[in-house]
Design a protein around this ligand. Structure first.
Ligand code: NDP
Ligand code: 8X3
Length: 251
């Protein structure tokens, strides 16, 4: 059987790091990208340079992204699966108190970089009848206070995934949008600017989704028979549900 290759963005932490482990364990080659080179090097040290190819760059830097792609060693150059996972939420403040710089960073990372990499890899994904797994979020479907631009970026990811499927109709390329709820990773640490106590408090007693749960889900989707496409998958901890709608009263 030929060895398949996945490009997993955001591979230095959380879902991405766990997904690297899952795919390497399953016999795939992995291109692992993220900004923190030392963490990527740890993956290489653990699994070997023939299994993991590290690429340290900021996904918002299109020139660096293109250079990384152009410089892929031949063993990693045929990409069968793109996992668009790199992303972040910044801040929990309501819109009227939010930081515009943080809003733009979320859009640049979660939206602009995701479509740029997708656009770059589409020709070869089509040629190889490959697959794209986009990591969206329940925040793209359910509004919550402080979700503002983060939720907006994830609504984009979900809809972009569906539109991509339509455009790729007949090509054999599978596109999936995974929409997780509360998962314990470095996500809340990043969102709160490094507040470990806030992160611990958020997940306390919740039994949240783990990074391994999402890695197993991506593995399952990627290894389904070619005639099956998981188009959208919402996944929450059993302890989480959506209860919406608030009312402001006069006086
Ligand atoms: P983590 O913070 O643990 O991981 C985020 C990853 O994204 C890191 O590897 C980070 O790498 C990478 N990343 C962020 N910004 C950039 C950048 N500018 N350039 C390159 N890489 C970047 O969080 P999660 O694993 O939880 O998040 C993964 C994805 O899952 C995100 O898209 C997130 O929105 C989504 N998600 C998370 C949920 C949760 O509750 N945890 C639920 C639903 C969706 P580095 O810092 O090294 O660059
Ligand atoms: C992360 C899930 O609900 O904390 O995307 O925004 S949530």
């Amino acid at each position: 059987m030929t060895t398949k290759t996945a490009w997993i963005t955001g591979a230095t932490s959380g879902f991405g790091a766990a997904t690297v482990e899952r795919f390497v364990a399953g016999g795939w080659r992995v291109i692992a990208s993220g900004r923190r080179m030392e963490r990527l090097q740890q993956l290489v040290a653990r699994h070997g340079a023939e299994r993991v190819h590290p690429m340290a760059f900021d996904v918002r830097d299109e020139t660096a992204m293109r250079a990384a792609h152009a410089g892929l060693p031949s063993a990693f150059a045929g990409i069968d699966l793109l996992v668009n996972n790199a992303g972040l939420a910044l801040g929990t403040a309501p819109a009227q108190q939010a930081d515009l710089v943080q809003w733009k960073q979320m859009i640049d990372t979660n939206v602009t970089a995701l479509v740029t990499l997708t656009h770059l890899l589409l020709p070869q994904l089509i040629a190889r009848r490959g697959a794209i797994v986009n990591i969206s979020s329940i925040s793209g479907s359910y509004a919550y206070r402080g979700g503002n631009v983060y939720g907006g970026t994830k609504a984009f990811v979900t809809q972009f995934s569906q539109n991509l499927r339509v455009d790729l109709h007949g090509s054999g390329v599978r596109v999936s949008s995974i929409e997780p709820g509360m998962a314990e990773t470095e996500f809340t640490l990043v969102r709160t600017g490094g507040d470990q106590a806030a992160s611990d408090q958020l997940y306390a007693g919740v039994h949240p989704i783990t990074a391994g749960d999402i890695a197993d889900t991506i593995w399952w989707i990627a290894n389904l028979p070619p005639h099956l496409d998981v188009t959208r998958l919402e996944i929450m901890p059993t302890s989480q549900s959506a209860a919406g709608l608030q009312v402001a009263r006069d006086g």
